[in-house]
Ligand binder design. Sequence first.
Ligand SMILES: [Fe+2]
Length: 378
Amino acid sequence: MNSMALSPLKYRHSILLIDDEEAILEIMAAMLADEGYDLLTAGSAEEGLALLKKTPDVSLIISDQHMPGMTGVQFFAQARHISPDALRVLLTGYTDTDAIIDAINSGGIHRYLTKPWSREDFLHTIRQMLGKADLMRENRRLDELVKKQNAELLDLNKGLEEKVRQKTRHLNQSLEELRSSLEKIRMILGGTVLAMSRIVESRDPYTAGHEQQVARIACVISEKLLLPVDRVEAIRIAGQLHDIGKIAVPSEILTKPGRLSPLEMEMVKTHCRNAYDILKAIEFPYPVAKIILQHHERMDGSGYPQGLKGEDILLEARIIACADVIEAISSHRPYRPAMDIDTAMKEITDHRGILYDANVVDACLDIYRTQGRQGFLS
Ligand SMILES: [Fe+2]
């Protein structure tokens, strides 16, 4: 048996030696002097217990069995309560075997050494026991480390949950503020669009209400075509402003009773481009300026100002074109009285797919068939 074969110890250990024979205590202490342990010695069980109470953190207790007053087994029965983690080795003679086995079974001692023991046996036993004590201490350290880290994780987790709650509260608050701001912006936009359309209408009392009405009809058609809310909103704004370019057309031409001359007609036609130039700088969330630019384009390319054809014309512009025609035909004009809405339906039916988008015309006819004139006013 060779203590050198055992792996090096990680910790420095204390050993308590107890023997009523001073000479044996001295021999044991001398054998352990150069091993790098902290040694405590006691000449009796009572003295050993007193020492343990003062320094309970010992790794190993080695006690003689035969001592006056208290045997080693009796001593260990008390010592284990003071230093439960300490390993206990009993020094005894061969004749005490039964008592020793009882003590081992009851957990009072971990190992015993029978006298006489050799120096090598003694050192090896101690080294083995300290190896075990070393592992136990390392286990305790790791156990405490895991507990500490778990507690830290738990704290961290609680902190994180609180931070997430706070962040969520702030985000919800910001979202609410954004919604409110957006609602205000929508109201301002709606008010501004209305004011702009009234400026145009104020120059031409005969068409007062025309733009609002076109916007309303165009929205009804858009909803019939199941367009998303955003596009319907774009169509509403474009409808309300579609004739804003007439601001640059002399009001004598706009209000002139009877047919316009070709030159006057050309001036009226500039209203699409005028509107585009007025509105293009405004950052609407939808292509309002472009929709208005195209509201007099026709499916066969006969419209103005660009002569676009078919699907090159924005669907929104094709819808406003139909709404514009329906509203214009069924309303009073300086050069003619209001006509019946049937005339408007006939106009779009006769030119279905030629001047006006076929799907848009079908939607209009469907609205008229099921709801009559009222269907366009809702
Ligand atoms: Fe127009």
